[in-house]
Design a protein around this ligand. Structure first.
Ligand code: PEP
Ligand code: MN
Length: 338
């Protein structure tokens, strides 16, 4: 349930109202926008009579929110959430941002890749150090040594860094990482999500391989309900069983998510594509459909990559992708288009 507060209400009146609600064992989420203030009411709201609330002096109107995701809901928070990822890089709220880098951190070539992607407009450096691989016999990541290389390359290039956390025990090692990534395979690892919900650090949450949009938003709700409001969503393709690519990029999920939630929505065309020649068309589709940014795998020598070389772009291909996407952005759909 949400209560829309009249513009004439004072902070003191608002405070009394919030207390009145919380005394009934419910939680509140106050969103102060430019035009209106909204009090989200979370919990068993069946005990609250909406007509009673509407009879209160400071309340304009009351609306029931039937969706199970609350704090992620745009009805609770109409304005876009903007997330500060460090080095002045803001994600969301109309700032189109690109994260780029290799699938896995492999060695010193990362510095070269970091400089190249930055020169082409990337704002955040990616690179996995703990790799959740399908086969236990494939490269599992450089772990701590990889994290050190990633942080070093980010500092060298002046870029914030994003990398995957696969277990909460890795948190100490990830102290200098700007954005923590929860991979598709862990989207429903609720123990991990609850632990990350206790942090006050940006989390990039990837959509599960076969998760519905509602399940995706409820996974985000685990982070938000713990108090960590810095959540970036990432669509990366789902398993349809019929896609000619590695996964089916769910382009329709982009406007659906943009309407349903205030959280930024990024798209990873690389893992959806599985093949480098499909990355550009999927990136263009994502940008046109209203994504707030992209995550793209880039390698200096894809043929030699230790993971996901087949879908990795060369630094030159990334430069071309970046230019093509930038040219398209003025025509991209936005939630306020229609
Ligand atoms: C990745 O981004 O490195 C990755 C493993 O992606 P996903 O979790 O989407 O498969
Ligand atoms: Mn990968």
């Amino acid at each position: 349930m949400i209560a829309i507060v009249k513009g004439s209400a004072s902070e003191e009146q608002l405070g009394h109202f919030v207390k009145w609600i919380e005394n009934r064992g419910l939680k509140t989420d106050v969103s102060r926008g430019e035009d209106e203030t909204i009090v989200g009411i979370i919990g068993d709201t069946t005990q609250i009579d909406p007509f009673l609330l509407e009879s209160m002096d400071i309340i304009e109107r009351v609306q029931r929110v039937t969706e199970p995701f609350k704090k992620a809901n745009r009805k609770f928070h109409p304005e876009d959430t903007v997330i500060d990822c460090g080095y002045g890089v803001k994600v969301g709220g109309g700032n189109f941002q690109v994260m780029a880098g290799p699938c896995s951190v492999e060695g010193k070539n990362l510095i070269e890749i970091a400089r190249a992607v930055k020169a082409s407009g990337a704002a955040i450096l990616r690179g996995g150090a703990f790799k959740p691989r399908t086969s236990p016999y494939t490269f599992q990541g450089l772990e701590k040594a990889g994290l050190d290389l990633l942080v070093q390359a980010g500092r060298d290039a002046g870029l914030p860094v994003v990398t995957e956390i696969t277990d909460i025990s890795q948190l100490d090692l990830l102290a200098d990482v700007d954005v923590l990534q929860v991979g598709a395979r862990n989207m429903q690892n609720y123990t991990l999500l609850k632990a990350l919900g206790q942090l006050r650090r940006p989390v990039l949450l990837k959509r599960g391989l076969s998760a519905t949009v509602e399940e995706f938003l409820l996974a985000a709700e685990y982070l938000l309900s713990g108090g960590n409001e810095q959540v970036i969503l990432c669509e990366r393709g789902v398993r349809s069983g019929v896609s000619a690519a590695r996964a089916a990029l769910d382009v329709s999920a982009i406007p659906v998510l943009k309407r349903a939630t205030h959280l930024p929505v990024l798209v990873d065309p690389s893992h959806a594509a599985g093949r480098s020649e499909l990355v550009l068309p999927l990136a263009l589709a994502a940008a046109a459909a209203g994504a707030d940014g992209l995550m793209v795998e880039v390698h200096d020598r894809p043929a030699c990559a230790l993971s996901d070389g087949g879908q990795s772009l060369t630094c030159r291909q990334f430069r071309e992708l970046s230019a093509a996407v930038t040219a398209l952005l003025p025509y991209a759909w936005r939630p306020d288009t229609f």
